[in-house]
Design a protein around this ligand. Structure first.
Ligand code: HEM
Length: 431
C-alpha cells in the first residue's frame, strides 16, 4: 500500500494529508492549541471543523501551526472582523503566489491566474472577463437558467432515491458553465471533466500523472482554437472566451497563462455553486420550519439562498501572504508568512451572527456572510451563483411538497472545497 507521502507526490497533497493530532476522533477542546491543524480535510469531511473553529475563536483567534509537513508554518484567522480586515487589505496581504495553503489547488502555482495576482495586473484581467457574469448579462440569462432548471427538475424520478448531486447540482452547473463559455452544448460534460482533472488528484480519478497532463493539454488545445476563432473586432459576444480573446489585457495570452485563467473560470463557479445547491437541500430537510417559511413566502428565497451559502461556506478559506511584518491581536506575523482566512469560521462567529450555528433563512444580516470574500478579489461570479440558486428553489417550490434526504450525505475530504459527493433524495411531488 502507498504511504501518504507517496500519494502526496502523485497529486494534490490536500486530499491525503492526515494530521496525527487533528483527527475526527480527537476532542477539539482537549487538544493542545499548538497541535490544532485546520488544514486537515478529514475534520471537514466529518463535520468536526466547527468545534475547532469555535474553540480558536474563543481562545486563540490568531492561531499558528507549524507541524504540517506538506505546507509548513501558517497562521489561521478565525474571527469575522479579522478576516474582513485582512481580505480588504491587498497592499499588506498578497494573493501571490497562491490562494491555497497547499500549493496545488487549481494548479495555480504552475499556471498563473488572476485570483492569485495582486493589482494592477489582477484588476486588468478581472475587468476583461467580468462582463460575462455582470448584471446586464445576467438579466439576459435569467430565462435560460429557468428553462434549464425546469427541464432538469421535470426529469427527476419520483418516489425513489437518487443522487441529487449528479442529477441536479452537477447537471445545472455544467449547463451554466457551457453557456458562460459559449462552449458546444453537447460536449459540455468535458468541462466538468476538466474541472475534476484540475481539482482532483490523478490517483483518485484512476488516471496517471501523464494522463492528467494529456487531459490538460487537450483542454488548452480546445480552448486555444476557440480563442483564436473568436478573436476579431466585430465580436461583441460576452462569453468568457470572446472577452479574453478581445481585451488588450488578455488577448495575447497563450500557453500556461491562458490555461491558468481558463482553469480559474472553469473551476471557480463549478464546485462552489454545485455544493451550495446540494447543501441547501440537506439544510432544508434538517430544518423543516425554515423550509416552511419559503413555502409560505417565496419572497424569502433570496435571503434563504444567502443563508445556505453562509451555512455551507463552499470555500472554507483563502490564503494570503504577508507583504510586511504585521501585528494582529498581539501576534507577530512576519513578512512572507502564510495566513489562512477561514471564511467557514467567520461565518459562524457569534459576535457577528447571533445563533450562528442555527440555519435561519431570514436572519437580519444574512447578506453579510463572508463566503464570497471581500475586497478586490470578492467573488466575481456571486450574482450568477445566487441567480442559479434562487431559480432552483423557486422551481422546487412549484413542483415538490418536500425533498426528503435519505441517509447521511457523503462529503469530500478537503479543507479548501467544502463539498458533498452524494446526497440521496426522494422527491415528493405536490399533490
Ligand atoms: C473568487 C466563492 C461562485 C468565479 C471567489 C472567492 C471566493 C469565492 C471565496 C475569493 C474571494 C477573495 O479572495 O476575497 C464563491 C462561492 C460561490 C462562487 C461561495 C458560489 C456559491 C462563482 C461563480 C463564478 C465564480 C459562479 C463564475 C462563473 C470566481 C472568480 C474569482 C472568484 C473568477 C476570482 C476573483 C478575483 O480574484 O478577482 N469566489 N464563488 N465564482 N470567483 Fe467565486
Amino acid at each position: 500500500m502507498e504511504t501518504a507521502m507517496e500519494q502526496t507526490e502523485a497529486g494534490n497533497a490536500e486530499e491525503f494529508y492526515r494530521s496525527p493530532t487533528t483527527t475526527p476522533d480527537a476532542d477539539p477542546w482537549a487538544l493542545a492549541l499548538e497541535d490544532i491543524d485546520l488544514a486537515t480535510g478529514s475534520i471537514f469531511q466529518a463535520q468536526k471543523h466547527h468545534e475547532y473553529f469555535k474553540r480558536l475563536r474563543q481562545e486563540n483567534p490568531v492561531h499558528y501551526h507549524d507541524k504540517n509537513p506538506d505546507i509548513g508554518p501558517y497562521w489561521s484567522l478565525t474571527r469575522y472582523e479579522d478576516i474582513m480586515a485582512v481580505d480588504s487589505d491587498f497592499q499588506r496581504f498578497s494573493s501571490e503566489p497562491s490562494i491555497a495553503l497547499f500549493d496545488e489547488i487549481l494548479g495555480e502555482q504552475r499556471a498563473p491566474m488572476f485570483i492569485a495576482m495582486d493589482p494592477p495586473t489582477h484588476d486588468e484581467q478581472r475587468a476583461a472577463v467580468s462582463p460575462a457574469v455582470g448584471p446586464v448579462r445576467l438579466k439576459d440569462l435569467d430565462q435560460l437558467i429557468r428553462s434549464r432548471t425546469v427541464e432538469v427538475l421535470d426529469e427527476l424520478p419520483i418516489g425513489t432515491p437518487f443522487n441529487w448531486v449528479d442529477k441536479v447540482s452537477i447537471e445545472l452547473t455544467t449547463r451554466m458553465l457551457a453557456t458562460l463559455f459559449d462552449y458546444p452544448f453537447e460536449e459540455r460534460s468535458k468541462l466538468t471533466f476538466w474541472s475534476d482533472v484540475i481539482t482532483t488528484p490523478p490517483i483518485l480519478m484512476g488516471i496517471s500523472d501523464e494522463d492528467r497532463l494529456n487531459h490538460l493539454a487537450e483542454c488548452l488545445l480546445t480552448f486555444t482554437a476557440l480563442f483564436k476563432e473568436r478573436q476579431g473586432e466585430s465580436n461583441n459576444s460576452q462569453d468568457f472566451i470572446s472577452l479574453l480573446a478581445n481585451n488588450p489585457a488578455t488577448a495575447n495570452m497563450e500557453g500556461v497563462e491562458l490555461l491558468g485563467n481558463l482553469m480559474l473560470l472553469i473551476v471557480g463557479g463549478n464546485d462552489t455553486t454545485r455544493n451550495s445547491m446540494s447543501a441547501g437541500v440537506h439544510f432544508m430537510h434538517e430544518n423543516p420550519d425554515e423550509f416552511q417559511k419559503i413555502k409560505d413566502d417565496e419572497a424569502l428565497i433570496p435571503s434563504a439562498v444567502s443563508e445556505i451559502i453562509r451555512y455551507q461556506t463552499p470555500l472554507s478559506y483563502m490564503r494570503r501572504t504577508a507583504n510586511e511584518d504585521v501585528e494582529i491581536r498581539g501576534k507577530q506575523i512576519k513578512k512572507g508568512d502564510k495566513i489562512a482566512m477561514w471564511y467557514a469560521s467567520g461565518n459562524r462567529d457569534e459576535a457577528f451572527f447571533p445563533d450562528a450555528d442555527k440555519f435561519i433563512i431570514d436572519r437580519p444580516n444574512v447578506r453579510r456572510h463572508m463566503a464570497f470574500g471581500f475586497g478586490v478579489h470578492r467573488c466575481m461570479g456571486n450574482r450568477v451563483a445566487e441567480a442559479q440558486l434562487r431559480i432552483v428553489w423557486e422551481e422546487i417550490l412549484k413542483r415538490f411538497d418536500r425533498l426528503e434526504v435519505v441517509g447521511e450525505p457523503e462529503r469530500v475530504e478537503h479543507s479548501f472545497v467544502h463539498g458533498i459527493k452524494d446526497l440521496q433524495v426522494i422527491a415528493h411531488p405536490k399533490t
